[in-house]
Write a protein that binds this ligand. Sequence first.
Ligand code: PMV
Length: 319
Amino acid sequence: MKATAVAHANIALVKYWGKRDEALLLPEAGSLSVALDRLLTTTTVELGAPEDSLLIDGRKASDAELRRARAVLDAAGIRDRARIESRNDFPTAAGLASSASGFAALAAAACAAAGQRRGERELSALARLGSGSAARSVPGGWAVWEDRDAAQVASPDHLPMRLVVAVCGEGPKPVGSREGMKRSRETSPYHAAWIEQCRRDLPEALRLLRARDLAGLGALAERNAMRMHADSLAADPPLLYWEPATVGCLHAVRRLREQGTGAWSTIDAGPHVAALCAPEDAPRVEAALRSVPGVRDALVCAPAGGARVVERSSDARPR
Ligand code: PMV
């Protein structure tokens, strides 16, 4: 049995940075994200292979990546060995490769290949075991994740907006999210304050989203991201995810605002800056970010939907 599924990466406006349960991958605080149309992953799972294998954009995955994929299959009760192939529709060399879209597509494809009919919430809970943020890529749109699964709270077209992603570095980040948030939780003196802030930010962000208040939501997202990085910078040893181009983009976005263009920055655990803006301002924001020294590329993304199975076939040939 073989199935292919697609899923979009997402960017959080209220971020997930800290687990209350390391084994179950449960977050300390709720998060809110939006799925991005141009960051798409396509994953094919073929069951009945002699051993598990995982190719990401043609590269053989590391043992750690393969173990995470197996954890998702095990949790779905899939004992058959799997041949997994994952392709990203965006430049992975730039370090934009997303575990969120990857594990969301994997959960959907693996369950379809096994002939399982699972609802969105179950798929979201499975994807979470690969990577917490993947829980939000299953429902897509505007998604909230607070516990074992995530749910869509607003459709992709609820609020017209764009996220302009400026590629500010390449290669994998020095410290992955899983390790980075653990270190922040264990050593950063600001971590408790960060989590309390997220608990205040989420209901406020949902209120602003319901009111379609892009300026309010953008400003909240920028503050939330800065506070996540303040938490990380205060860890021991410190976590510095930024490159010079990252700081350049933060200034460029602030200058845009001073000149009257509504744009707000957010940054995940890496160097890239995503600038939130209205659709009509996206060309100006894109041009401003492209002119920052060190920025390699800028992708204008619109909100997108959730993970979906695009192909399913059963192969009756003897193996
Ligand atoms: O899902 P993970 O383990 O890759 O962690 C994601 C952490 C952030 O991207 C920094 C924040 C978020 O909520 O997506």
